[in-house]
Design a protein around this ligand. Structure first.
Ligand code: COA
Length: 203
C-alpha cells in the first residue's frame, strides 16, 4: 500500500480548531518526540503502560518509519509557528494477519473534542480495506477516556477482571457511522498482573 494513496484531509474539531490528518512519514520522528514531550504524565502512562517521560530518538525513528502494509500510522498535525503533531493513531498487523494491534494518542490540549474518535474511524476504514477482522489492544481499566471512546462508538465493554481490559473492535464491511459495533472485552490474569506491577511501580 502506498502512503500517497492514504488519507489526507483537514477536519474541524468540536471546538472549531482544524487539524490535518495524513499518513506518518519518516521525517515525523522529531515531531513525535515533541508530541511526547507535550503529553501529560497520565497520557504517557496510558499510551505506554508505564512511566514514560521521554521518547528516545531511536524509538521515534521506529514509530515514524512504517511500511503501510504490516504497520500503518496516521498523524494529526497543526501549524503552531511550524508543524506540530497533536495525535497519532497506528496499528501493527499481527502474525495471523487478520488482527492488528491498535494504539491512539491525542495531545492533552486537543483531547475531548472528537480527535480520538476521528482517528479511530480512519484506522477502522483503512483496516477494512486491508481485510483485517479486528483491531485489538490492551487498555488499562482505569483509562475511562479510551474505554468511553470505544463504548460511545456503539461498543459494549465488559466488566474488566483486573487492571487491564483486552479489547477487540470488529472491523465490519459497513462504515463505523452506520453500524452498531460489538466489542469483546476480556481480561487475562497475565495482562492484569503486568498492569498491576506497573501501577504499583508508579505509585
Ligand atoms: C483516549 C484518547 C485517545 C481519546 O481521545 P480524545 O480525542 O480525547 O477522544 P474524543 O474527543 O474523540 O472523545 C471520544 C469519546 O471519548 C470519551 N471522552 C472524551 N473525553 C472524555 C473525558 N474527559 N472523560 C470521559 N470520557 C471522555 C467520550 O465518550 C467521547 O465521546 P463523545 O465525543 O461522544 O463525547 C485520548 O484521551 C488519549 O490520547 N489518551 C492518552 C493515551 C491513551 O490512553 N491511549 C489509549 C491507549 S493506546
Amino acid at each position: 500500500m502506498r502512503a500517497a494513496r492514504l488519507i489526507r484531509e483537514t477536519i474541524e474539531l468540536r471546538d472549531g480548531r482544524k487539524v490535518t490528518l495524513r499518513p506518518i512519514r519518516p521525517t515525523d520522528a522529531v515531531l513525535l518526540v515533541d508530541l511526547h514531550q507535550h503529553l501529560s504524565a497520565d497520557s504517557q502512562f496510558y499510551r505506554f503502560f508505564g512511566p514514560k517521560p521521554d521518547l528516545s530518538p531511536a524509538e521515534a525513528e521506529y514509530l515514524a518509519n512504517v511500511d503501510f502494509t504490516k504497520r500503518f500510522a496516521i498523524v494529526a498535525s497543526v501549524d503552531e509557528d511550524g508543524e506540530r503533531l497533536v495525535a497519532v493513531g497506528r496499528f501493527d498487523i499481527a502474525e495471523d494477519e487478520d488482527e492488528a494491534e491498535v494504539a491512539i494518542v491525542v495531545r492533552d490540549d486537543h483531547q475531548g473534542v472528537g480527535l480520538g474518535r476521528a482517528v479511530l474511524e480512519r484506522l477502522l476504514d483503512v483496516a477494512r480495506g486491508r481485510g483485517i477482522r479486528a483491531l485489538v489492544g490492551e487498555v488499562l481499566a482505569e483509562n475511562v477516556r479510551m474505554l468511553d471512546l470505544l463504548r460511545s462508538s456503539g461498543l459494549e465493554v465488559g466488566q474488566p477482571d483486573g487492571s487491564v481490559v483486552r479489547v477487540a473492535v470488529p472491523v465490519t464491511d459497513t462504515p463505523l457511522i452506520f453500524r452498531g459495533l460489538g466489542i469483546v472485552a476480556r481480561s487475562t490474569t497475565a495482562i492484569a498482573d503486568r498492569a498491576g506491577r506497573l501501577r504499583r511501580r508508579r505509585a
